[in-house]
Design a binder for this molecule. Structure first.
Ligand code: SF4
Ligand code: SF4
Length: 606
């Protein structure tokens, strides 16, 4: 449809240039080019694309009769009857009908034109027009020239009506999408923009002009609605509805009352977009997994928009209880577990050799461990595996010990900008006190923030990348495992860092067969921990995202025994989810480092 529309627009412009500008306005028929071989090629291309265009429109109309989930306007955050989306459906149908009408009158115009001049042989290249002309001639329809004139005017008036209709309909996305795509910043979720506005400011000051273009650019395609893990598990969040709500709010605040929109009624008393117009539960439901941004065809940046509103909630103290506790622990102790800094490296006690302190002696690799990999017993087991592997490969590495703090990735995404700044400063100070060539981290969330928000890009790598190198150069000799595994791409390693291959190569190197889940790589399904969600209560969900994911893995078949992860938060989330779904005996959650260690030592998995 898109290419058909584009080709038809260019084709119409070509006729206008040739006939109206060169022929009529300049009076230079000798310069006209819409004839001969050019005309024949033009006719064939235009007709082929026109047939594709009409076929696309017919398919679209047919699909809307029984819309898939992504095209349904049902809301997940309101009771049925508590909202009105009829206008959107009418707008969708009007858009479709006007385009179809223009295309069909164009075909009829062409057919009658060819019939009126008695089918000159070169017109056979207009395959659709020729066929229609032959059909009307076969049926004995007289008055081809009169019909041509009639359809010329009908077609022209319909096209002009469509142009006038654009600003008042969803067709406006043809304009806003171009602008949106030109200015989109797909790194904006990786390195969040600075805060703008304050809760007391007027409604629109919360958003930049770029955000407002984003909201206008939404085509309502519903791709983001489809993939959102919050929506899929019963949370009151749909990224599509959030963007549409913000658009309606912006329209209402600007005095624009679109005929098809339900119309927003902003609360002008408080002026709070976050928490008032957009419910706090909706904003806290986001895991910042970036799946919405990955699939959005017009480059809308949902994650920064959500974080921007979360900042407003934090400013007015509208913070979820679990999150509040985490913020307090992080402020006091520098970690979300509220443990003393001295306990950060306690997990190293069981190791055969002491790990260097990078603050007092130079190391090649400085290991930024992260909170969960330092404090949660389910994840510290993985840390000890990584340490043993690095020691075995004679890698020169060290830790920051108690000087390491939470990197602040989730803190920032939960909207606590001040706390993030504090953690960032403390970590940068600690890093400055150490001598190292490269940083490795076990935590994809820290990896993102160290790379993009500490601006250490080029210096920081994920541990799977280093293990992959060590296996490739023979420093770690692995093989010998057998069985079938599936791998879960962590959002902050896959979508955020574009790292899909290193963990897969490691799994293959161990000898295990890898069976992919349907939602893998860019399309991976979030575990539900990101964006500070790991600290929040998720008992109100129909199903936890991690449970949804485990069910997906189980559905691969009985022979898939290992659920492989590469993120400490995943280890925590999925270790719980196999238990709560009753699949603990069926599926073993294992980190890729543990697999490598078992493949190296010959210890069978499980
Ligand atoms: S980032 Fe993930 S959880 Fe948040 S709105 Fe987008 S898809 Fe949903
Ligand atoms: S994917 Fe983008 S264009 Fe499609 S509904 Fe979501 S925000 Fe709108």
């Amino acid at each position: 449809m898109f290419w058909g529309f584009l080709v038809l627009t260019v084709a119409t412009a070509i006729i206008a240039i040739d006939v109206d500008v060169i022929g009529l306005f300049l009076g230079r028929p000798d310069l006209q080019f819409w004839n001969g071989a050019f005309y024949q090629g033009y006719s064939l291309i235009v007709d082929v694309f026109s047939i594709g265009f009409v076929s696309g429109l017919v398919y679209l109309g047919w699909r809307r009769r029984n819309p898939p989930l992504k095209l349904s306007y049902d809301r997940v955050d309101r009771e049925e009857g508590g909202y009105d989306r009829k206008g959107y459906s009418i707008d969708d149908r009007a858009f479709l009908f006007v385009l179809l009408f223009i295309a069909i009158t164009g075909f009829l115009l062409e057919g009658f034109r060819i019939a009126a001049v008695d089918f000159p042989s070169f017109e056979i290249f207009s395959i659709a027009g020729w066929t229609i002309g032959q059909a009307v001639s076969f049926l004995g329809v007289d008055g081809a020239e009169t019909a041509r004139v009639l359809f010329w005017w009908t077609h022209a008036l319909a096209a002009l009506t469509f142009i006038a209709f654009i600003p008042y309909s969803k067709a406006m996305h043809m304009v806003t999408d171009v602008i949106g795509l030109l200015v989109t910043d797909q790194d904006s979720a990786r390195a969040l923009p600075e805060p703008v506005g304050a809760p007391s400011d007027d409604l629109l000051s919360l958003f930049t002009w770029k955000d407002l273009v984003d909201h206008d650019a939404c085509t309502k395609c519903g791709r983001c609605h489809d993939v959102c893990p919050a929506r899929a598990t019963g949370a009151p969040l749909s990224p599509r509805d959030l963007i549409l709500d913000l658009r309606e709010l912006a329209d209402a605040s600007s005095g624009i009352d679109l005929w098809y929109g339900p119309g927003a009624e902003p609360n002008t008393t408080t002026g709070a977009v976050a928490g008032d117009y957009i419910a706090a539960e909706t904003l806290w439901a986001c895991t910042t997994c970036m799946a919405c941004m990955e699939v959005c065809p017009v480059g809308i940046e949902h994650v920064p928009t959500i974080v921007q509103m979360r900042r407003q909630l934090v400013e007015v103290g509208d913070v979820e209880a679990g999150l509040q506790t985490a913020f307090q622990s992080l402020t006091r102790a520098g970690n979300s577990f509220g443990k003393s800094a001295k306990q950060r490296a306690r997990w190293t006690k069981g190791l055969d050799q002491e790990i260097k302190d990078a603050r007092s002696e130079p190391v090649e690799y400085l290991w930024f461990v992260g909170d969960h990999a330092s404090f949660d017993p389910r994840a510290t087991e993985v840390s000890t595996s990584v340490a043993r592997l690095l020691s075995h490969a004679e890698v020169d590495f060290g830790l920051l010990y108690e000087a390491e703090k939470n990197s602040g990735n989730d803190v920032r995404r939960a909207g606590e900008e001040g706390l993030f700044e504090m953690l960032r400063e403390q970590n940068l100070e600690a890093l400055a006190s150490a001598e190292y060539s490269q940083i490795i981290t076990t935590d994809p969330h820290s990896l993102n923030t160290l790379r993009y928000e500490y601006e250490l890009e080029g210096t920081v790598i994920h541990y799977t990348e280093l293990l992959d190198r060590l296996v490739a150069d023979g420093s770690l000799a692995v093989s010998g495992l057998s069985g079938i595994a599936t791998y879960h791409d962590p959002c902050y390693l896959g979508r955020y860092q574009d790292e899909y291959e290193a963990p897969r190569r490691l799994i293959h190197a161990t000898g295990l067969d890898l069976h992919e889940m349907g939602r893998c790589r860019e399309n991976s399904f979030c575990c539900g921990a990101g964006g500070g969600r790991i600290w929040m209560d998720d008992s109100g969900l129909e199903e936890r995202p991690s449970e949804n994911r485990i069910r997906e893995a189980v559905a691969l078949g009985d022979n898939v025994r290992y659920f492989v992860v590469a993120c400490p938060k995943d280890m925590v989330m999925y270790s719980d989810a196999v238990k709560t779904t009753g699949h603990e005996d069926r599926l073993q959650v294992v980190d890729v480092a543990q697999l490598v260690e078992r493949a190296m030592t010959g210890v069978p998995v499980g």
